[in-house]
Every structure is written in structure tokens, then in C-alpha cells.
Design a protein around this ligand. Structure first.
Ligand SMILES: NC(=O)c1ccc[n+]([C@@H]2O[C@H](COP(=O)([O-])OP(=O)(O)OC[C@H]3O[C@@H](n4cnc5c(N)ncnc54)[C@H](OP(=O)(O)O)[C@@H]3O)[C@@H](O)[C@H]2O)c1
Length: 293
């Protein structure tokens, strides 16, 4: 493979300094990941640092309709997404996103592991120091893992880590497990109380037990709305949302978590941000913050 590969993204670290307060803590030299690499983060082992991040339209849509990949980010915010990927141990998406987009879930910044050797701390070709672990929430085994899936192809080509797929114990099957293991991935079996719906605490606990200390939750709407629910939002450490200057219109895939109810039974805002920073990048705007307690 030629280095850097032709679809590398050019970038400049100084453009992203505004993100620093919202990023996972810096690594300590002693933190080692299960795969033998040094972890990018050094938070407590009980729960990884959770960053919720996605690109939205002005009407809070992620896509034109379920199952349709919709480009929202401009080149600047696309590079931001890949910069964030380089700062996390893992990226998590729901199976709906994998089925709709066949995503790569890797970091394509020029110079990142698998993408050339131009940085001050270079990765050797094939060494995937900057690459996050792709994680797929697929409780009922709906993703028919195939050798030609983009994530698996990138892993075989040394341009991504292989995916780990979180699946309900009742839906683990040997064929999928073999395909994943063949490229260095695996199925992580997990118990669910309500069929196919994992508790977020269990998800995060199992990620910690596999040595992952930070996770960037990228979508789609089902996953984001779930994490923004009143019961789960305390698990989120940072929120970074790109807003593109367009309305996708009715019928799209919407980020709209359920409203909370106060002590008097009245509906109140579902969630709000604190420590807010707005930054324009190209034609998009990026809003960063932490969820108000
Ligand atoms: N603009 C962006 O930044 C962005 C980012 C990502 C995706 N997208 C778009 O979003 C759309 C997909 O969104 P989506 O809402 O349809 O799907 P999704 O959120 O990617 O996946 C939803 C599925 O994930 C599983 N899941 C979610 N929470 C779970 C939990 N707590 N425990 C166990 N499983 C859980 C469930 O699978 P089961 O149904 O099998 O139980 C659920 O139906 C696509 O069109 C994609 O292009 C946009």
C-alpha cells in the first residue's frame, strides 16, 4: 500500500486547540491496552471517558431518512471528526449506522497510524497507534458481517483496527465470530435484561474491562437519543456537535431525546449544555460542552 494513502485528510493541529478542554485526559505512561498499545487516555478503569459527537442539520437531523447516508460536514468539520477519532481509544455506533452507511470508522488524518509518517510521533506503516477501536452495538446480530464490509477491509489493509461487536448472549453465532476474528476483531457477548437493550452502564463497564479508556459515541439517532435520556446522560463526559447550515426537512433521522419531568410532573428540557464553546469551522459551527447536571 502507498503511504500516505490517497484519501488521507490534510490537517493542522492548531486548528483544533479549542477542543482541548473537552477531550479525554492525556495518557499516563503506564496505561496499556489489551492489544499491547499505549492507551490514549488515563481515566478511572470503571468507566471510559464518553464523548458524544455527531453532525446535525439546523433541524436536528442526522440523515434524510433512516438507512440513507447523508453528508452534512464540510471538509473542516470532517477533519475535526477524524481528529477526535485520533484522541479516543474507541468509536461506538449502533447497528443502524453500520447497515445504512457501511462506515470505515478509522482515522484518516495524514500522518496517523496507517496513514503515513509525517507527524512528530510517527507510527510505523502498519502500526495503528492513532486508530480507535470500532465498536458496533448489534444486540440481535442484524449486521451480516461480510469480508467485503468496509471496516473489515480497512482492518485487513492495516488502515484501521478490526471491529468489536457487542451482541446479546442469545444471538452470538460462530460464523460471524470467525469472520471477525479472522481480521483481528471479535464479538463481545453481553447480557441484556430487556431483549436486545443493554444497560449503558454495562456497555461502558465491559469496554473498561477490555482496556478501553475513552469512547467516542458517533451515532446514530437511536444511540444518541438513548445516551441523552434522563437516566443515562450522567454517563456522558463531553458533547461535541457539528451543525451544518441546512435543513433536511421532515421525515429525517432526528436527535430529540425524551423530555424530562420535574418534581411537579411538568415537562422540562431534555438536556442542556454547560461550559459551552461555539466555534465556526468553514461553513459549519461546532458546539462543545458538558451536560448540565
Ligand atoms: N450525522 C451524523 O453524525 C451521523 C452519525 C451516525 C449515523 N448517522 C445516521 O444515522 C442513521 C442511523 O441511525 P439509527 O437511529 O437508525 O441507528 P443507530 O442509532 O445507529 O442504531 C440503532 C440500533 O442500535 C442498537 N442499540 C441502540 N442502543 C442500544 C442499547 N442501549 N443496547 C443495545 N442495542 C442498542 C439497536 O439495535 P437493534 O434494533 O438491533 O436492537 C438500535 O436499533 C443513518 O442514516 C446514519 O447515516 C448520522
Amino acid at each position: 500500500m502507498a503511504f500516505p494513502p490517497p484519501n488521507s485528510l490534510p490537517w493542522s493541529p492548531s486548528v483544533f486547540t479549542f477542543l482541548t478542554p473537552y477531550l479525554p485526559p492525556l495518557p499516563s505512561p503506564s496505561t496499556a491496552r489489551e492489544d499491547g498499545l499505549i492507551s490514549k487516555t488515563s481515566t478511572t478503569p470503571e468507566k471510559p471517558f464518553v464523548t458524544l459527537t455527531y453532525a446535525s442539520s439546523l433541524d436536528s437531523m442526522l440523515a434524510l431518512q433512516p438507512g440513507v447516508q447523508t453528508v452534512l460536514s464540510g471538509p473542516e468539520t470532517k477533519a475535526l471528526t477524524h481528529f477526535l477519532r485520533s484522541k479516543h481509544d474507541s468509536i461506538l455506533v449502533g447497528v443502524g449506522t453500520v447497515l445504512a452507511d457501511d462506515p470505515g470508522l478509522n482515522c484518516r488524518l495524514a500522518g496517523a497510524g496507517g496513514y503515513g509518517n509525517e507527524l512528530s510521533e510517527p507510527s510505523a506503516p502498519g502500526e495503528l497507534k492513532w486508530q480507535p477501536r470500532p465498536l458496533v452495538l448489534d444486540p440481535r446480530g442484524r449486521w451480516a458481517v461480510a469480508a467485503e464490509s468496509k471496516i473489515l477491509r480497512l482492518a485487513r489493509e492495516g488502515r484501521a483496527l478490526a471491529p468489536w461487536v457487542l451482541t446479546d448472549l442469545a444471538f452470538v453465532d460462530d460464523e460471524r465470530a470467525e469472520l471477525l476474528e479472522g481480521c483481528g476483531g471479535k464479538i463481545i457477548p453481553l447480557a441484556s435484561e430487556e431483549a436486545g437493550n443493554f444497560e449503558w452502564e454495562d456497555i461502558l463497564q465491559v469496554l473498561s474491562s477490555h482496556g478501553l479508556q475513552s469512547v467516542m459515541v458517533e451515532g446514530g439517532a437511536g444511540v444518541i437519543n438513548g445516551l441523552l435520556s434522563a437516566e443515562q446522560q450522567a454517563l456522558v463526559d463531553a458533547v461535541i456537535v457539528t451543525i451544518a447550515p441546512t435543513w433536511l426537512g421532515q421525515g429525517g433521522v432526528v436527535v430529540a431525546p425524551e423530555r424530562r419531568v420535574d418534581g411537579k410532573g411538568s415537562a422540562v428540557n431534555a438536556a442542556s449544555l454547560d461550559k459551552v464553546k461555539w466555534q465556526q469551522m468553514g461553513e459549519d459551527v461546532v458546539v462543545c460542552g458538558v451536560l448540565k447536571k
